[in-house]
Design a protein around this ligand. Structure first.
Ligand code: XLS
Ligand code: NI
Ligand code: NI
Length: 441
């Protein structure tokens, strides 16, 4: 059901429906059919697509070389509360027209931050009630909430890892409010992206102490949320750099090691973002695999980077080959643990028509849907799985199996080597694997 406020913002655009790939209607899904079953679940259940409040309704396209280029008609009132309500109206109109079930937000996306914590608390409470009402009317849900503890200059030296305890306390107040709001809005998960948790120089940084502080802080946040009825997952969103030169949650492996070291691995999982993976010199499917192997594949921030430059360009996903490889990992892992696919992506600065975010989200959803269908076919009707399994066949029986069970010593392993015929040369067949993906796209 489409929900509009007093005013319709995206005039002339109705519900976006699945029309199939023969349709020439740009305002329709060509591949994303929410009700279609893929390996026992509907596409809507697999993906739980979410709209990112910050990129779609707040970010106006400013960059270091010039101001924003977007003119958002919901951004005109001089009263911050009225602006926040208008923005919520636009957001729910957009999400319900897209037919998506979820959204994600930072506290400051919903309403401008005020000068005092108490005024902030009041504002968040007020807009929270307004959004709760919109949620009820529309059945749109909250995939995750988070706090922006990186934009305000008070956090220039970090939030939970700030060397000044007063700033750590301030971050605590802000995160408590964001948790309260997330719980009040029935949020299914809560995200920590370590915006400025990291360092610019080790010369002035006690890294060990800062990591202890970060763990202490996350433990307190977890305990508070749990004692206030929050049952969802907490997600760490790894990123190697930007804004800090070095971010503490560098990549999936680093974040998993940190969570295990501090005993947080039961409550925390990972939110893997495509462009953060590539910034860490990994691939998206690498980060998904690392998280899945640890049983911590919680959620996805969908976007893509640019091969010609090295920052977080947050473009909408279009790369079928990349997303198909990711969907192979996704399906084999049995999907996401509690999370969904949040479009943490923005349209380009010179895409200035209000309708452009429809094209962007349609393209993103269609890319994921098409990749999911391709991955399903690869897994169910190609040689892919057996080819991969066959590479390890020597561990299925005999000494190989004993090795996996841990029942061989190094002396035994050595003895086997002395007595066996030399290993044959066995091809890795990478090009054949690559062709299978191409064949099924
Ligand atoms: C920034 C992050 C951010 C998080 C939420 O690079 O992707 O948008 O997803 O704070
Ligand atoms: Ni993100
Ligand atoms: Ni990002």
């Amino acid at each position: 059901m489409i929900i509009t406020g007093n005013k319709e913002y995206y005039k002339g655009i109705g519900a976006i429906n699945y029309e199939g790939k023969e349709s020439d209607n740009p305002f329709s899904f060509k591949f994303y059919n929410p009700k279609q079953l893929v390996m026992g679940k509907t596409m809507a259940e697999h993906f739980k697509f979410a709209v990112a409040y910050w990129h779609s309704f707040c970010g106006q396209g400013g960059d270091p070389f010039g101001p924003g280029t977007q003119q958002f008609p919901w951004d005109n009132s001089p009263d911050p509360m009225q602006r926040a309500r208008d923005k919520a109206d636009a957001a729910f109109e957009f999400i319900t027209k897209m037919g998506f079930d979820y959204f994600c937000f930072h506290d400051v996306d919903l309403v401008d931050e005020a000068d005092s914590l108490s005024e902030n608390e009041k504002r968040l409470h007020e807009i929270g009630e307004y959004i709760a009402q919109k949620k009820k009317e529309s059945s749109v849900k909250l995939l995750w909430g988070t706090a922006n503890c990186f934009s305000n200059p008070v956090y220039m030296n970090g939030a939970a890892t700030n060397p000044d305890f007063k700033v750590v306390a301030r971050a605590g107040a802000q995160i408590k409010m964001a948790l309260d709001l997330t719980i009040a809005l029935g949020g299914e998960n809560y995200v920590f992206w370590g915006g400025r948790e990291g360092y610019m120089s080790l010369l002035n940084t006690d890294m060990g102490r800062e990591l202890d502080h970060m763990a202490q802080f996350l433990t307190m946040a977890r305990d508070y949320a749990r004692s206030n009825g929050f049952r969802g997952s907490f997600f760490i969103e790894p990123k190697p750099m930007e804004p800090m030169k070095h971010q503490y949650d560098f990549d999936a492996a680093t974040a998993i090691g940190f969570l295990r070291e501090y005993g947080l691995d039961q409550d925390f999982k990972l939110n893997i973002e495509v462009n953060h993976a590539t910034l860490a010199q990994h691939s998206f499917e690498h980060e998904l695999t690392v998280a899945a192997n640890a049983g911590m594949l919680g959620s996805i921030d969908a976007n893509r980077g640019d091969n010609q430059n090295g920052w977080d360009t947050d473009q909408f996903p279009v790369n079928l080959y990349e997303v198909t490889e990711a969907m192979l990992v996704f399906l084999q892992a049995g999907g996401l643990k509690g999370g969904g696919v949040n479009f943490d992506a923005k349209i380009r600065r010179n895409s200035t028509d209000l309708e452009d975010i429809f094209h962007a989200h349609i393209g993103g959803a269609d890319t994921f849907a098409r990749a999911l269908l391709t991955a399903e076919k690869i897994l169910t009707s190609s040689e892919y799985s057996s080819l991969k399994k066959d590479r390890y066949v020597s561990f299925e029986s005999g000494n190989g199996k004993e090795f996996e069970k841990g029942s061989l010593t190094l002396e035994a392993l050595s003895k086997i080597a002395f007595n066996q015929s030399p290993p044959k040369r066995v091809s890795g067949k990478q090009e054949l694997f690559e062709n299978i993906i191409n064949q099924f796209i």
